[in-house]
Design a protein around this ligand. Structure first.
Ligand code: NAD
Ligand code: IPM
Ligand code: MN
Length: 357
């Protein structure tokens, strides 16, 4: 029996609505498999927790999380109650950094049964490798001269180690895919870090002579994601560029509510964390209409991480089948609730039992 201990942080807003049905899906998967068991330990860390305790998680939080095989997170943020930079840096980003989750992978693909907002979408299937620990998201800087001359300085940090690590990860993934890596740069306007980024890309490229490459400025790349996403395979991007590109990736699939993500610890020292691309969606909270697919697809990425890629593929196939059969939340043009979609995924998984054994 393979046993995985998973820390569950539903977080805020729709995180609390999409996580529980996704755990049902994972339990169903375990049932299907027969030799797999998940234990879930839930933590209430969130903006509500912050209002009560003055911190997003207890001081011992990281120590507690360290012992799990993975972290399964919903979404963090309730900007009406707690400023975003406090809530996110107190929980999500804190975990990413402390647990050296330096790589964030985020796929987007043409999905059967979904209406892409693109007029004539081709069959795209891309994967963004987002540098997840430095770049534009840095704590270096500060504010001086409050009042009229107030000044804010935010320094981006690009290390050769971090940049190269993300690029090598992208090239290695491309080997298992369509052998192509696109670099997201902006070396025409950002005069220090981005020419450096290009230089490291050229250096890394030399070790992967079989992999085709391209380099796009991020503005043109964002446009190309909309006009011709089918030309991309793996895209490697800095922290902020990758963040923005992957919301576009979600949008061209049909909704950001579908897009999954994995924050990977690649040195084996700490657990990785699985959370969808979307946030807490305060505008739709409490209505049971949040699309659970992003969170469920994120569970598939966790299965892949645990070496259960076959089960993961079965799950994606079932998700596609269910959307094709019109079990859809309103964001993708349907009328189903969060739970109806997730329940349908569970029941079809169970029906597929004969196939998987
Ligand atoms: P958001 O992703 O929460 O919402 C953007 C839009 O997409 C909204 O209209 C929302 O209704 C819709 N949407 C998102 N997920 C959906 C789903 N599953 N089903 C249907 N529709 C969905 O982004 P935002 O509004 O910029 O941020 C809201 C809060 O979430 C903020 O506090 C923000 O900082 C936080 N946030 C957290 C994460 C995270 O925890 N990983 C990611 C992004 C934003
Ligand atoms: C994401 C989110 C986070 C990020 C925010 C909430 C800090 O947008 O995971 O995409 O920018 O990394
Ligand atoms: Mn984002």
């Amino acid at each position: 029996m393979k046993h995985f201990d998973i820390a569950v942080i539903p977080g805020d807003g729709i995180g609390k609505e999409v996580v529980p049905p996704s755990l049902n899906v994972l339990n169903t998967i375990a049932e299907l498999h027969g030799g797999l068991k998940f234990s879930f330990t839930e933590f209430p860390w969130s903006c509500e927790y912050y209002l009560e305790h003055g911190e997003m998680m207890p001081e011992s939080g990281l120590e507690t999380l360290k012992n799990f095989n993975a972290i399964f997170l919903g979404a963090v943020g309730n900007p009406e109650m707690v400023p975003d930079h406090i809530s996110l840096w107190g929980l999500l980003i804190k975990i990413r950094r402390a647990f050296e989750q330096t790589i964030n992978i985020r796929p987007a693909k043409y999905f059967k049964g979904l209406r892409s907002p693109l007029v004539n979408p081709k069959d795209f299937d891309l994967l963004v490798v987002r540098e997840n620990s430095e770049g534009e998201y840095s704590e270096v800087g500060g504010r001086i001269h409050s009042g009229q001359d107030e000044t804010a300085i935010q320094n981006a940090v690009f290390t050769r180690k971090g940049t190269e690590r993300a690029m090598r990860y992208a090239f290695d993934l491309a080997k298992q895919r369509k052998n192509h890596v696109t670099s997201a740069t902006k070396s025409n306007g950002i005069v220090h870090s981005m020419p450096f980024w290009d230089e490291v890309f050229r250096d890394v490229q030399k070790d992967y002579s079989d992999i085709g490459t391209a380099s796009y400025h991020i503005d043109a790349l964002a446009a190309a994601f909309v006009t011709k996403p089918e030309i991309f395979d793996v895209i490697v991007a800095s922290n902020l560029f990758g963040d923005i590109l992957t919301d576009i990736g979600g949008a061209i699939m049909g909704s950001i509510g579908i897009a999954p993500a994995a924050n990977l610890n690649v040195n084996g020292k700490y657990p990785s964390m699985f959370e969808p691309v979307h946030g807490s969606a305060p505008d739709i909270v409490g209505k049971n209409i949040a699309n659970p697919i992003g969170q469920i697809w994120t569970a598939k990425m966790m299965l892949d991480h645990f070496g259960e890629a076959e089960l993961g593929q079965r799950l994606i196939d079932v998700i596609e089948e269910v959307t094709e059969d019109q079990y859809k939340t309103p964001d993708i043009g349907g009328k189903s609730t969060t739970n109806v979609v997730a329940d349908e995924i569970c029941s079809r998984l169970l029906k597929s039992e004969a196939l998987s054994k």
